[in-house]
Design a protein around this ligand. Structure first.
Ligand SMILES: *[C@@H]1O[C@H](CO)[C@@H](O)[C@H](O)[C@H]1NC(C)=O
Ligand SMILES: *[C@@H]1O[C@H](CO)[C@@H](O)[C@H](O)[C@H]1NC(C)=O
Ligand SMILES: *[C@@H]1O[C@H](CO)[C@@H](O)[C@H](O)[C@H]1NC(C)=O
Ligand SMILES: *[C@@H]1O[C@H](CO)[C@@H](O)[C@H](O)[C@H]1NC(C)=O
Ligand SMILES: *[C@@H]1O[C@H](CO)[C@@H](O)[C@H](O)[C@H]1NC(C)=O
Ligand SMILES: *[C@@H]1O[C@H](CO)[C@@H](O)[C@H](O)[C@H]1NC(C)=O
Ligand SMILES: *[C@@H]1O[C@H](CO)[C@@H](O)[C@H](O)[C@H]1NC(C)=O
Ligand SMILES: *[C@@H]1O[C@H](CO)[C@@H](O)[C@H](O)[C@H]1NC(C)=O
Ligand SMILES: [Cu+2]
Length: 569
């Protein structure tokens, strides 16, 4: 072969590479703005992105970059969080207000710049400021690189299914009222599927979300729980799911007819068009694990509609869709049966040994009415104010600096790094806890981690006030869920059951009600990373903490410099 044709061949080969594998940068403009939205016979001025509810779906490939210019034309502070995106060394783009940035004030803007690395599947984005995410959210879909197939047969159709929660009120006013009174916030008025409550609610039938498909097709549903405060069961009448992924990590495929998602979680399922051409209900309804707590006990529906379904004769109504059997609102067994089936597709890169063996309690609490507060400010149970905590610390956000800025610039007095590695007091966490232990302390306390340390956290639910399943989300990381169970974690008995072979990898773990889960990860992403319950009512009460992960050695183990347009407080 002449050297000429060799060069030509090399050129051809590299241009083929360019053509098939070059990551792309996607530019988007997000205008946060108020818009009247009609739901359930009411019109509410809702904060939206670009006037859309749900907001725009972002579609990228693994390896791509995103540059999202956010302009705040609304009346409230806002930030955007890219839920589940690892944000390697780009913590400045993570988004939680007063954690990685100060809020974008009305009239101001900020550009989020980050890369999607090593993640494929379904994630989402949402506001991370007060309760704005009730209406400020959308899907973030990550396809494999060009030329790389899915690890399952390519589906004929793909649809994001975003479950939401709707108040006939401005949600910011709902949380402000709760903060004023110390009582639980008002429950929502509806759940939604792609923004619509569906047939079972008043004034909603006309706008019910329709999901088309046909006989012989396969359909990938990318299900996202964007609800503010409610874990949800999800099912489709007469259509089994093949679950193939969760939180943008693939799973060993398995079949089930119902899944449960905590707020923050995503699950990718495939259904097959193997039923009679017709209409089938797609259903989301609450999983409520807390006893004697008020909750929105309504059901959202959409309709899976076969395109070849026969049309009814002229003037006749469409036939009523089939409705799937759904678990009872408190069916914890259905949840356990689902979560215990999740498996990493192959040997998982889970740390076999750990450097940090942490033990965090998570749960509710009550503050005795503080001195100087009036009765109207203490409308929690028996004249208290609701609280929540991790290791008995109820988390308080700073207000003059973000934690990451304070860390980067060495600003003193914003946080301390003495978050306890274990519960300050050992007690029967899931038993009948003495009333004297119910009141937590307040603080902005972080836990410091050395770069690349291998971390294990036993996350233990408590029964204080009431036991409840808490969807715990860690920013900046995926983790392996190596075990979960009920009652108190017992190292002697439970360590033996750890799955270090194929535990599922996620960014949000629902801690079983009156139970525990154990997670492991490697702290290879420097920055300040929030860990919190993804029920916004609980984070509002303080169910959060943050890790401060130190830089390693050299540029590639070091947090990037802050962007020039990073908001200041
Ligand atoms: C909460 O519910 C109560 C009782 O229905 C109502 O009076 C109050 O206005 C509601 N608050 C908000 C902020 O919607
Ligand atoms: C929820 O509503 C259903 C009817 O839609 C009712 O049968 C059930 O008892 C309710 N559950 C609770 C806990 O309110
Ligand atoms: C669920 O709630 C019903 C009342 O609606 C109750 O009878 C039943 O015992 C509860 N089941 C569980 C598992 O808590
Ligand atoms: C409130 O007080 C009543 C009566 O003393 C008691 O039965 C109940 O358990 C108390 N509730 C809480 C949450 O402390
Ligand atoms: C920031 O606010 C805290 C209280 O919220 C205060 O203690 C601290 O001195 C303030 N720091 C600076 C640098 O202003
Ligand atoms: C829980 O303990 C308290 C005393 O600390 C006792 O009065 C109460 O009866 C106990 N409740 C149950 C359900 O055991
Ligand atoms: C939490 O701390 C408060 C204040 O020190 C204390 O009264 C309470 O008993 C503690 N509770 C637990 C569960 O550690
Ligand atoms: C909005 O953000 C600024 C700092 O950027 C802060 O001072 C102010 O308190 C925030 N407003 C609300 C309502 O949180
Ligand atoms: Cu919670």
């Amino acid at each position: 072969m002449s050297s000429y044709s060799l060069v030509a061949l090399v050129l051809l080969f590299s241009s083929a590479l360019l053509c098939f594998a070059t990551p792309k940068t996607h530019y988007h403009d997000f205008v946060v703005q108020e818009r009247p939205v009609k739901r359930l016979c009411n019109t509410v001025n809702a904060i939206t992105v670009n006037g859309q509810l749900p907001g725009p779906t972002l579609i990228v490939r693994e390896g791509d970059g995103l540059v999202v210019h956010v302009v705040n034309r609304a009346k409230y502070n806002v930030t955007i969080h890219w839920h589940g995106v690892r944000q390697m060394r780009t913590g400045w783009a993570d988004g939680p207000e007063f954690v990685t940035q100060c809020p974008i004030r009305p009239g101001e803007s900020y550009t989020y710049r980050f890369t999607i690395q090593g993640q494929e599947g379904t994630l989402w984005w949402h506001a991370h400021s007060s309760w704005l995410r009730a209406t400020v959210y959308g899907a973030l879909i990550i396809r494999p690189r060009k030329g790389t197939p899915f690890p399952f047969p390519r589906p004929n159709r793909e649809t994001p299914i975003i479950l939401g929660e709707w108040w006939n009120r401005d949600p910011i006013q709902v949380v402000r009222q709760a903060t004023r009174t110390g009582a639980a916030p008002n429950v929502s008025d509806a759940y939604t599927i792609n923004g619509q409550p569906g047939d079972l609610y008043k004034c909603s039938s006309q706008d019910t979300t329709i999901v088309p498909m046909d006989v012989g097709e396969t359909h990938l549903l990318r299900v996202i729980n964007a609800a503010l405060n409610q874990e949800l069961f999800f099912s489709v009448a007469h259509h089994m799911f093949t679950v193939v992924g969760a939180d943008a990590s693939y799973l060993k495929p398995f079949r089930t007819n119902v899944i449960m998602l905590g707020p923050g979680q995503t699950t990718d399922v495939i259904i097959s068009g193997n039923q009679a051409p017709g209409r089938y209900y797609i259903v989301a309804k609450p999983y409520q694990s807390a006893q004697n707590a008020a909750f929105d006990n309504t059901t959202a529906t959409a309709i899976l509609s076969y395109t070849s379904a026969p049309c009814p004769s002229k003037g006749a109504p469409l036939p009523t869709p089939a409705f799937p059997p759904m678990p009872a609102f408190n069916d914890t067994n259905a949840v356990t049966s689902f979560t215990s089936k999740l498996r990493y597709p192959r040997q998982a890169p889970v740390p076999a040994y750990v450097d940090e063996d942490l033990h965090f309690t998570v749960g509710l609490g009550l503050f005795n009415c503080p001195r100087g507060f009036s009765k109207s400010q203490c409308q929690g149970p028996n004249g208290t104010r609701f609280a929540a905590s991790m290791n008995n610390v109820s988390f308080v956000l700073p207000s003059n600096w973000s934690l990451l800025q304070a860390h980067k610039y060495g600003i003193p007095g914003v946080f301390t790094t003495d978050f306890p590695a274990g519960p300050p007091l050992k007690f029967d966490y899931t038993g009948n806890v003495s009333r004297s232990l119910w009141q937590p302390t307040s603080g902005t306390r972080l836990y410091r981690l050395k770069y690349a340390s291998r971390v294990q956290i036993v996350i233990q639910g408590t029964s204080i006030v009431t036991g409840e399943n808490h969807p715990m989300h860690l920013h900046g990381y995926d983790f392996f869920i190596v075990a979960e169970g009920f009652g108190n974690f017992n190292p002697k008995r439970d360590t033996k059951k750890f799955n270090l072979v194929d535990p599922p990898m996620r960014n949000t773990v629902p801690i079983p009600v009156n139970g525990w889960a154990v997670i492991r990860f490697v702290a290879d992403n420097p920055g300040v990373w929030l860990m919190h319950c993804h029920l916004d009512v609980h984070i509002t009460w303080g169910l959060a903490m943050a890790f401060l992960v130190e830089d390693g050695v050299g540029e590639y183990e070091t947090l990037q410099a802050p962007p020039e347009d990073l908001p200041i407080c």
